[in-house]
Design a protein around this ligand. Structure first.
Ligand SMILES: *[C@@H]1O[C@H](CO)[C@@H](O)[C@H](O)[C@H]1NC(C)=O
Ligand SMILES: *[C@@H]1O[C@H](CO)[C@@H](O)[C@H](O)[C@H]1NC(C)=O
Ligand SMILES: *[C@@H]1O[C@H](CO)[C@@H](O)[C@H](O)[C@H]1NC(C)=O
Ligand SMILES: *[C@@H]1O[C@H](CO)[C@@H](O)[C@H](O)[C@H]1NC(C)=O
Ligand SMILES: *[C@@H]1O[C@H](CO)[C@@H](O)[C@H](O)[C@H]1NC(C)=O
Ligand SMILES: *[C@@H]1O[C@H](CO)[C@@H](O)[C@H](O)[C@H]1NC(C)=O
Length: 448
């Protein structure tokens, strides 16, 4: 039994090395370009119906360990749990399972999976490696000698897709990975394809908390066969940026947030009593955006929030999650324009407030991403819809343009177009009178 495990320090050096020596390829740049738009595009996905695959029952009257395949797929992701003699040839992205010819008359099994939790998304299909899962007969098994034997299970997934976009990192990868692998209590090996070392290094602490072993990069393995007694191909996903506690293994967003607090050593679990603020002002973080969708009068808005009674910090969210998590956890109110930066609400203590600024025309669009998840996280939610007179769109299009009168019609012309109009090229100037009401409401909620 040989399990390669590098110590943390060695691993970090290795990955830091690759961060700095690697420049962005065209593919990554293209993907990052998509990142911002992708935050709002799940409605565009065509969900396929769940494909039926055979589930092999276990029979006791033979000594051979037969594979048992559970199909755990749903509308969001394809997931197969396989128990038995599993041989993974990383070079060809093929997972061989041993089926005996006498078994239930079933002599072969073959399916293919893209192990990324955003099923049916056509934007990303080229960035997610397909894994073939196939039975092998005794005749070809000589080619499948185990190069390494493992006793712990493997979880096979792709970190291609939309990885690198903060929202997608959580909703497509971290939450699904938690749902899939937490049950193994770190006794699990992650086999990843489409690896980006920046991603692994960014979430190193989370990954290490879920698995004690070094991640295996399947695109860079020697040409050999890895053998496992159990393998899960694909990551379980229940819903956008959330967890359904009624589905096994019955985790909740509270559990996930507890897991993050413990991973990043965050002190504040919840805001419980008014006495917290007896001697100090509640703290408000304004998540600043620099590339687009920025608040033009951010400085004045911050000043007004101070007058209303908050201790205000304006900051753009950085890439070091340890720093971001600690920072966000120290606040009572998180406010920002709809975008990936709001994802950091996962680090807020319970009962704190999130204020989402929704750009003009984008309300139907922006709402599903955070509104429902916020409730599951035990956070309070306020939203502020930007009016046309507060938007940089005013004056950009002819009077009477449907951009002003009918955003729904613009949406029907396609997501890319809609995104370009309302999300990529819109900045906002908040109306002091209207926004002050929201700030007062936030203060009231936090001091209930
Ligand atoms: C995976 O299976 C598909 C058909 O199911 C096949 O076209 C493809 O070549 C296979 N890939 C590999 C790497 O064997
Ligand atoms: C599976 O076996 C059947 C016969 O038992 C054969 O007709 C079929 O082509 C096989 N399928 C694959 C994918 O090998
Ligand atoms: C893996 O286990 C099989 C039998 O279970 C054995 O034949 C093979 O030599 C082992 N391979 C290694 C690399 O230990
Ligand atoms: C994968 O297999 C091909 C031949 O099928 C070989 O040329 C290549 O070197 C292998 N890659 C690795 C990393 O071993
Ligand atoms: C992130 O910040 C922490 C605390 O300042 C530091 O210890 C750590 O090395 C940083 N991580 C990376 C990847 O830069
Ligand atoms: C924008 O219009 C609303 C009414 O639709 C009004 O209450 C508000 O004062 C206006 N704001 C600015 C900055 O003109």
């Amino acid at each position: 039994m040989k399990i390669k495990m590098r110590n943390q320090q060695e691993r970090r050096i290795m990955e830091n090395g690759s961060i700095f020596s690697r420049s962005f390829g065209e593919r990554e740049l293209k993907k990052l370009g998509f990142g911002a738009l992708i935050i709002c595009c799940f409605m565009a996905f065509s969900f396929r119906t769940v494909s039926k695959q055979p589930t092999y029952a276990h029979t006791d009257h033979e000594n051979i360990v037969r594979p048992i395949i559970h199909n755990l797929s749903n509308s969001r992701s394809d997931v197969l749990e396989i128990n038995g003699d599993i041989r993974i040839h990383t070079n060809t992205s093929t997972i061989y399972i041993h089926l005996t010819t006498t078994f239930d008359g079933q002599t072969n099994y073959s399916t293919a999976i893209k192990p990324y939790a955003r099923k049916g998304d056509n934007f990303i299909k080229d960035y997610v490696t397909t894994w073939n899962i196939t039975s092998h007969s005794p005749e070809n098994s000589h080619a499948l000698n185990c190069g390494r034997n493992f006793t712990v299970p493997a979880v096979v997934f792709s970190i291609g897709g939309y990885s690198g976009n903060h929202f997608h990192d959580f909703t497509d990868l971290l939450i699904p990975l938690y749902l899939t692998s937490r049950q193994f209590n770190r006794q699990v090996i992650f086999l990843v394809s489409d690896k980006r070392s920046t991603w692994i290094s960014k979430y190193n602490l989370v990954l290490h908390k879920l698995s004690k072993y070094e991640i295996i990069d399947t695109n860079n393995e020697e040409n050999q066969v890895l053998c496992f007694p159990k393998t899960i191909v694909g990551l379980t996903s229940h819903k956008e940026f959330g967890i359904d506690p009624s589905i096994p293994p019955h985790y909740s967003m509270q559990d996930f947030r507890h897991f993050l607090r413990s991973t990043y050593s965050l002190e504040r679990e919840s805001v419980t009593s008014t006495s917290t603020y007896n001697n100090k002002k509640p703290r408000m973080l304004i998540v600043s955006r620099k590339k687009n969708r920025f608040i033009k009068n951010e400085i004045e808005v911050a000043e007004m929030a101070r007058k209303v009674g908050f201790d205000v910090v304006v900051e753009e969210m950085g890439l070091n999650l340890t720093v971001v998590a600690k920072l966000v956890n120290s606040f009572d109110v998180l406010m920002g324009v709809h975008g990936a930066g709001l994802t950091n609400m996962v680090f807020l203590p319970e009962n704190t407030v999130v204020i989402q600024i929704i750009p003009f025309g984008a309300d139907l669009w922006a709402k599903p991403y955070f509104t429902l998840p916020i409730k599951d996280m035990n956070l309070r939610y306020l939203e502020y819809k930007v009016g046309l007179n507060e938007s940089s769109l005013l004056g950009k299009y002819p009077v009477g343009s449907e951009v002003y009168s009918d955003p729904g019609a613009v949406y029907k012309k396609g997501f890319i177009h809609f995104h370009a109009v309302y999300l990529k090229n819109q900045d906002v100037t908040l109306d002091f009178v209207r926004f002050r009401e929201v700030l007062l409401k936030a203060l009231e909620l936090i001091q209930h």
